[in-house]
Design a protein around this ligand. Sequence first.
Ligand code: ZN
Ligand code: ZN
Length: 272
Amino acid sequence: MIQAFDYGEVRYFRMARIFLGRAIYWTGVYYLDGLLVDSGPPNLACEVKRLCGELAVRQCVTTHHHEDHTGNHSLIREHFHITPLAHARGLARIAAPEVHPQLYRHVAWGVPPPAEAETVGEWLETPKFRFQVIHTPGHAEDHIALYEPDRRWLFTGDLYLAPKLKYLRADEDIHALLDSLRRVIALEPEVLFCQHRGRVVNAAALLRQELDSLVELGERIQALHAQGLEEGEITRRLPGGDLLWRLWTGGHFSKRNFVRAFLRPHPPKREE
Ligand SMILES: [Zn+2]
Ligand SMILES: [Zn+2]
């Protein structure tokens, strides 16, 4: 199913597979001025193909390689002769997607066909807008955000998912995520366009809330660790439950992943 939301110059298309009348997991793409930001999940290929034809897409950019964001890159190249752009660190993963993702990803989105993408530059232009491409690793190593300085718009992919995150993916780098949040907050964006939530106003304040809540959580985890507590015990002492998400994702999303991620040493910064 695709649902359209009109935010004036920006349009959001929320997408999900429907099971027993309910969306399994919403994701989405944005369209503005000929530019498609992400391409949606692979199991909605027919609908995405029709949508791209109606929208007259001229460019496509990828926020990160996860299949709910790059699932239709190959059809965009094949049918519309557009090569999607992505951060250099994502190209190999888009060219050879995971064949056996966790079951929940299979059910929600499917497995994308391999696709060719090209490296995005430091700026991305459309006839009307100019976007600063900001490397924002953490959720994924190749994650980027797009900032339109005149409008103070920030397209955040999966960088912002909630003012207070309740669980973390097993492969997320929390230290890199905190650093990325600090860098985008410094831009003082006004409106944020989240791939899973749609348009969010008061962008800088909400990103700051997300950052502050994560810093506080990290301090709590470090303090419990300093008392000699083990990973499982630290997890039990953190607020909030994660049972449903843990079961649904087979443990790929959990509270425990926060503990693991915060106790992992901060890797040295790599050269871009
Ligand atoms: Zn993602
Ligand atoms: Zn996502």
